[in-house]
Design a binder for this molecule. Structure first.
Ligand code: GDP
Ligand code: GDP
Length: 435
């Protein structure tokens, strides 16, 4: 469940974002022929030979101020803190520079595996020039060309070769949840309030090398793990204040949880940044609970809660499945209900519905609302079956998958929600052609 994290480091212009895009197969061109291009994607899921991992382009995380040297040191530190495998990139056309040496020296300090790749080795002569880089003391350099895509297979083999058996952890029956939100909404206060009553069992994760701390406890016979409590309780390195870094941390926490608590601040209302954070939570396909914190602050009457709820539903339409809870970390109001809700959502996201029950539902649903005609051709649904949980995923066997449009898919999802409790979890429907 917890994916290995791979970070790319190297001085500006060595080709980090080019290699990043190669690896994630993105068609988005954010590379231009000039130094210091701005990039918006610094974090992505990638896959090689069946190994999934998270890739970070540390070059995309820049401090608000600071010399180039400082920026690069901060980026190398992020790699050391966040990654399970670090890839240092060099540029064969520039040979080795002092800055490369500075980065290499920082990387010596880590016990994490470091892979040295030398980019822009576009032709055979350049591939022999990479031997300079042996003196960095980071092992055999792998020649690659981000532009041409050569050497990428060797690099990816080396990366996944370092993963070991990191995958397949967390089989301890614990419900894993993360607490995310923009700064100052009260994440850290909420975690303290939730943990206040609990006897904490462990406060670390075995087998991971990342600088993240997970906190596990038992409540009412159920184990829970709060993912990355260290990231929630700020520690105060310079780069931790940068927005990209906190986004990175939030996304990686979401990826590693079953359920995400999206925290909003009742005293400030909904801001643009809340919507970004909500978008990440939704995209990940995990369970989501919207927690409105600081409910002790606003002046309230009998309509306040309903009004706030309406605003949330309007602003976060795609999160229509997420329950909303109004709490105060300060007074403790409804804080105990959070875990009850987490448990319920977990039951819902792991719910399995028998095929016979699903097909009764399908028969009834298609009777009320017949399948659509698309260009004179009618969609026929023969059979429906659940293929996965977290999130609940259903396959419908049809005459032609192209005919299952969004609106009918939406209708089927609503039918499922009306008949079964799927509160807090997204539902996926996939269409397959019946052979
Ligand atoms: P970053 O600052 O490390 O992320 O570097 P970029 O990915 O933005 O690349 C910097 C420059 O190097 C851009 O002009 C790229 O087009 C160029 N570049 C990247 N990879 C290669 C490569 O394999 N060969 C050559 N010749 N140029 C490359
Ligand atoms: P974080 O940045 O999201 O972790 O937010 P913090 O937990 O550090 O809280 C930010 C500020 O809001 C602090 O001054 C807290 O004391 C305050 N705060 C947090 N929760 C509540 C609450 O429920 N009610 C009130 N009145 N203040 C709160």
């Amino acid at each position: 469940m917890s994916l290995p994290v791979v970070a790319l480091v190297g001085r500006p212009n060595v080709g980090k974002s080019t290699i990043f895009n190669r690896i994630i197969n993105s068609r988005v061109a954010i590379v231009e022929d000039k130094a210091g291009v701005t990039r918006d994607r610094i974090y992505a899921r990638a896959e090689w030979m069946g190994h999934e991992f998270i890739l970070i382009d540390t070059g995309g995380i820049t401090l608000d101020s600071g010399e180039i040297e400082e920026q690069i040191k901060a980026q190398a530190e992020i790699a050391i803190d966040e990654a399970d495998v670090i890839v240092m990139l060099g540029d064969v056309t520039q040979h080795m520079t002092n800055m490369d040496e500075t980065i290499a020296k920082m990387l010596y300090r880590t016990k994490k595996p470091v892979i040295l790749a030398i980019n822009k080795a576009d032709n055979p002569e350049q591939r022999t020039d990479i031997y300079d880089f042996y003196s960095l003391g980071l092992g055999d350099p792998i020649p690659v060309s981000g532009s041409h895509g050569t050497g990428m297979g060797d690099l990816l083999d080396a990366i996944v070769g370092e993963f070991g058996d990191k995958a397949n952890q967390h089989e301890d029956g614990s419900i894993r949840f993360s607490v995310i939100g923009r700064p100052n909404v009260g994440k850290s206060s909420l975690v303290n309030a939730i943990l206040g009553e609990q006897r904490v069992i462990v406060s670390n994760i075995e087998g991971t090398t990342r600088d993240a701390i997970d906190t596990t406890f038992t409540n009412d016979g159920q184990k829970y793990t709060i993912v990355d409590t260290a990231g929630i309780r700020r520690r105060g390195k310079v780069y931790e204040k940068t927005e990209k870094y906190s986004v990175l941390r939030a996304i990686s926490a979401i990826e590693e949880s079953d359920i995400t608590l999206l925290v909003l601040d009742a005293s400030t209302g909904i801001r643009e940044q809340d919507k970004h954070v909500a978008g990440y939570a939704h995209d990940a396909g995990r369970g989501v609970i919207i927690v409105v914190n600081k409910w002790d602050l606003p002046k309230k009457d009998s309509r306040s809660m309903k009004d706030f709820e309406d605003t949330i539903r309007r602003e976060f339409q795609y999160l229509d499945y997420a329950p909303i809870i109004f709490v105060s970390a300060k007074t403790g109001q409804r804080v105990p209900d959070i875990l009850k809700l987490v448990k319920e959502v977990h039951e819902n996201q792991t719910r399995r519905i028998q095929s016979s029950v699903l097909n009764d539902l399908l028969l009834e649903a298609t009777r009320i609302t017949p399948t659509p005609l698309v260009n004179g051709k009618r969609l026929r649904i023969y059979y429906m079956t659940q293929v996965a949980v977290t999130p609940p995923t259903f396959v419908v066997f049809v005459n032609d998958p192209e005919l299952l449009h969004f609106s009918y898919q939406r209708f089927l999802i609503n039918q499922l929600r009306q008949n079964f409790d799927f509160v807090g979890t997204p539902i996926k429907i996939l269409a397959r052609k019946r052979k």
